[in-house]
Design a protein around this ligand. Structure first.
Ligand SMILES: [Mg+2]
Length: 413
C-alpha cells in the first residue's frame, strides 16, 4: 500500500517588507508584509510535502477543520484523488488549489525527481530559466529610470512595467520613455492589470476595448513584447477582438482557478500568451494549459507574483515547458525584494546572465528556514486522524463516527 497522509500542519506566516510596497493592481494600498498560509503534509517515514498559499491575513483560520477530514488518509502519490477532495471542499466556497503543490512535492520526493521533470512531456534536464524583471508599482519615468539602470546592471534583458494612468496618452508616454531609456534591444512587456480590478482603496481606471486598442496600437509602434491583462479576465470576446486589431501579443490568465475558467480563453482565441499561476489553479491545470498551448502553437509563462512558494512552484511549471522564453521575477525595491518575497526560504538570486537556477533536488526543492518560519510564522492547526476522530465522535456520537470511518476506508481514503 502506498504511503498515506497522516498529519497536516498549517501556519500563518507574515514576513515584513523592508519598506512599504504599492502594488499597481490595488491602487492606494500599501503592502507592508508578505502574508501566506504554509502547509506541511506528512506521509510517514520522514516524507513531508510543503506549500504556501498567498493570503491577505489570517483568513484561513478555520481551514484545518474543513480539510482535515478530507485530506488525512489520502495516498501520498495520487494527485487526482487530492484534486477531487479539494473540489469537494470548494463547494462550500473556498478554493485551495495551492495545496496541490505539497502533493507534487511528495510525488517528486517519492519518484526521486524534481517536480518539473514530473510535469514534462519530453524528459530533459533544465538547469536555468531566463527571467524578466517584473516591476509592481505605477511609477513616473523620472522615478523609474534608476530601476531600469539597476536591473540592466543585474543582468536582466527584459522588464515588465505597469500602466494605470487616467489617460491613454499618459500610459503611452511612460512606455515611450522606458523604451527610449533602455534602447531597442531590451525586451519590454506591459501589464495593465485590468483582469481582476480592486478599487477598495482608490480609483482603478477601467479599460474598455477602445481604450485597450488605442494603447495596444501605441505598443505596436514601441515594439512591446506583450500586453498583459488589457481587459477583464472574463472578457474573452473583447480580448479576442483586440488580438485581431493589433500586432502586440496579448497575455493573461493569472488568476483563473480551474481549467473550465481557462478553456473559454482558448475557445475564443483570446490570448497569445497564457500565464496561469499554478498556486491559483494547481500544477495539474498549469500542465493542461501547457498542453493546449503546444497544440495551438501559443505561448506559456506562468504568473509568479506573491511569495517564495509561488516563485518556486511556477518555476517548475515554466521549466517543464520546452518552448520557455521568459519567466516573471517579481522585483520592486525597496519594498518588494527577493529576501522578503522568499521570506522563510533562501532568496532566489538572478544570475549575471539574466537567469535563475532551477531546483534539481527531488520534489520542489524547497529549503524552509525553521528559524525564520518560527520568527515570522505561527502554527495554527495540526490535523491528525485522532483529532478528526475525537471531533467526529463528539459531534455525531460513537456509532455514526465509526460508520463514517469505515465508509471512508472502503471508498479508498
Ligand atoms: Mg500580471
Amino acid at each position: 500500500m502506498s504511503q498515506r497522509i497522516e498529519r497536516i500542519e498549517l501556519w500563518h506566516v507574515n514576513v515584513p517588507l523592508p519598506a512599504p510596497f504599492w502594488p499597481s493592481w490595488i491602487p492606494g494600498y500599501p503592502q507592508t508584509h508578505v502574508a501566506q498560509t504554509v502547509a506541511r503534509v506528512y506521509a510517514g517515514d520522514g516524507l513531508v510535502g510543503e506549500t504556501g498559499g498567498p493570503a491577505f491575513t489570517t483568513e484561513r483560520r478555520g481551514l484545518g477543520d474543513l480539510l482535515g477530514g478530507f485530506l488525512l488518509g489520502l495516498p501520498a502519490d495520487d494527485i487526482g484523488v487530492l484534486r477531487q477532495r479539494l473540489r469537494e471542499a470548494s463547494y462550500l466556497g473556498w478554493r485551495n488549489w495551492w495545496l496541490e503543490a505539497a502533493w507534487w512535492d511528495l510525488a517528486g520526493k517519492l519518484a526521486g525527481k524534481p517536480v518539473y521533470q514530473l510535469l514534462q512531456r519530453e524528459p530533459a534536464t533544465v538547469l536555468k530559466a531566463p527571467v524578466y524583471a517584473s516591476s509592481g508599482s505605477l511609477k513616473p519615468l523620472e522615478e523609474r529610470r534608476r530601476y531600469l539602470d539597476e536591473i540592466r546592471a543585474m543582468g536582466f534583458g527584459a522588464v515588465k512595467v505597469r500602466v494605470k494612468y487616467p489617460t491613454v496618452a499618459e500610459d503611452l508616454a511612460l512606455v515611450r520613455g522606458v523604451r527610449a531609456h533602455l534602447g531597442d534591444d531590451f525586451v519590454i512587456g506591459v501589464d495593465a492589470n485590468q483582469g481582476w480590478p480592486v478599487s477598495l482603496f482608490g480609483a482603478n481606471p477601467a479599460w474598455d476595448l477602445e481604450r485597450a486598442t488605442a494603447f495596444a496600437r501605441g505598443c505596436d509602434e514601441l515594439g512591446v513584447a506583450w500586453l498583459e491583462e488589457p481587459l477583464d479576465m472574463h472578457d474573452w470576446r473583447g480580448m479576442a477582438a483586440l488580438r485581431e486589431r493589433v500586432r502586440t501579443p496579448i497575455a493573461g490568465g493569472e488568476l483563473h482557478g480551474a481549467w473550465h475558467e481557462l478553456a473559454p480563453l482558448f475557445e475564443h482565441g483570446s490570448l497569445d500568451k497564457y500565464q496561469p499561476d499554478a498556486m491559483f489553479s494547481g500544477l495539474t491545470v498549469a500542465r493542461q494549459v501547457m498542453d493546449e498551448c503546444r497544440r495551438r502553437d501559443l505561448d506559456f509563462t506562468p504568473h509568479t507574483w506573491s511569495n517564495g512558494f509561488n516563485m518556486v512552484v511556477n518555476l517548475h511549471a515554466f521549466a517543464a515547458w520546452e518552448r520557455r522564453k521568459l519567466l516573471e521575477y517579481p522585483y520592486e525595491p525597496p519594498g518588494f525584494v527577493p529576501a522578503a518575497r522568499e521570506g522563510i526560504m533562501p532568496a532566489i538570486p538572478v544570475n549575471a546572465d539574466g537567469t535563475i537556477d532551477v531546483p534539481q533536488a527531488p520534489g520542489l526543492g524547497l529549503q524552509l528556514d525553521e528559524r525564520l518560519l518560527r520568527r515570522h510564522g505561527k502554527r495554527f492547526h495540526v490535523a491528525t486522524p485522532a483529532r478528526v476522530a475525537v471531533r467526529a465522535i463528539r459531534e455525531k456520537g460513537l456509532r455514526a463516527a465509526l460508520l463514517l470511518k469505515r465508509a471512508k476506508e472502503q471508498a479508498g481514503g
